[in-house]
Write a protein that binds this ligand. Structure first.
Ligand code: HEC
Ligand code: HEC
Length: 244
């Protein structure tokens, strides 16, 4: 009995230490992230599965994100998709709300969309988890051969014309808070969040990454693809929100 009590005391004293020491990146991912995020692939193969998705896929995180962005976002997560992960749940698809640019956009069911509540990591945890996420590279093949041509520069105005007038990306994406549609992730922070090679590959053929996603496999000309990605990198240097 005495020995039992002693071991109880030892367990109580020791376990918090063990718990924190045991929480390496893979463990944190398994216990605190995997019940929402798909860490193993594949992407949803049917529309039905796409609709059931509650959190972005992370199984190609190492091909997608810039590590330094991951480290800071995981400590201070904020919303990236103005309508959440599944716009069908939050959007009234009849465009009729006037944006700052005077155009009509989809209306959000404001009551449904609450501020993002997300796991928040400490700085050391964020470093460990970022290392683990950077090892998830299921999209290696899709980014191989992708390279940004820095000579294809554009001004912010020229880039906006491409995104808005030429390719209509702005009907789904915002290029400034409140300026653009709601169904896709905000693009004004894309250059900070995403690897340039991922942007090239995703914009070229989004369905290679996510077969049922509602972003169209566009016909972006190779030259314009380069300009758009250079524009997104330039745009992300604008100071829209210091916190991001
Ligand atoms: C309760 C469900 C849930 C859990 C648990 C969760 N997340 Fe998320 N996570 C989300 C949602 C929802 C978003 C999308 C936020 C947005 O775009 O506005 C998200 C976004 C992200 C993003 C940005 C992805 C992208 O494609 O833009 C990363 C990275 C991320 N989570 C990592 C993690 C990590 C690491 C953990 C565990 C420590 C975790 N998440 C736990 C729901 C969750
Ligand atoms: C019909 C709506 C729609 C159109 C039009 C559209 N997109 Fe998308 N886009 C999306 C959706 C939806 C996603 C992925 C959502 C997710 O990961 O949750 C996406 C993802 C992206 C991503 C990856 C962003 C990220 O943070 O993960 C980039 C970059 C992007 N789009 C750029 C563009 C560009 C450039 C165009 C125009 C050539 C365009 N999109 C046109 C809906 C659209």
């Amino acid at each position: 009995m005495k020995r039992f009590l002693l071991s109880m005391v030892a367990a109580v004293v020791i376990s918090p230490v063990l718990a924190s020491a045991g929480e390496d990146g893979p463990t944190i991912l398994d216990t605190r992230c995997a019940y929402c995020h798909n860490l193993k692939g594949p992407a949803p193969q049917t529309i039905h599965d796409l609709w059931k998705r509650d959190a972005p896929d992370l199984f190609y995180a190492g091909n997608k994100f810039r590590r330094e962005w991951l480290v800071s976002w995981l400590q201070k997560p904020v919303r990236i998709r103005p309508a959440g992960v599944n716009y069908l749940r939050t959007i009234n698809s009849t465009p009729h709300q006037e944006g700052k640019d005077g155009k009509k956009y989809d209306v959000l069911w404001g009551a449904v969309l609450k501020p993002l509540v997300h796991e928040t990591l400490t700085a050391p945890e964020a470093e460990l988890v970022a290392d683990s996420l950077m090892k998830l590279r299921a999209g290696d093949e899709l980014v191989s051969g992708m390279m940004v041509d820095k000579s294809k520069t554009v001004t912010l105005d020229q880039g906006e014309v491409l995104i808005d007038k030429v390719y209509g990306c702005q009907s789904c994406h915002q290029i400034e808070p409140g300026y653009g549609g709601y169904t896709g992730p905000e693009l004004y922070t894309a250059g900070r969040r995403l690897q340039p090679e991922f942007m090239l590959s995703y914009i070229k053929r989004p369905k290679n990454w996510d077969p049922k996603i509602w972003m169209p496999n566009g016909n972006v000309k190779p030259e314009d693809l380069q300009k758009i990605v250079n524009y997104l990198i330039l745009l992300s240097k604008e100071n829209f929100d210091e916190a991001r």
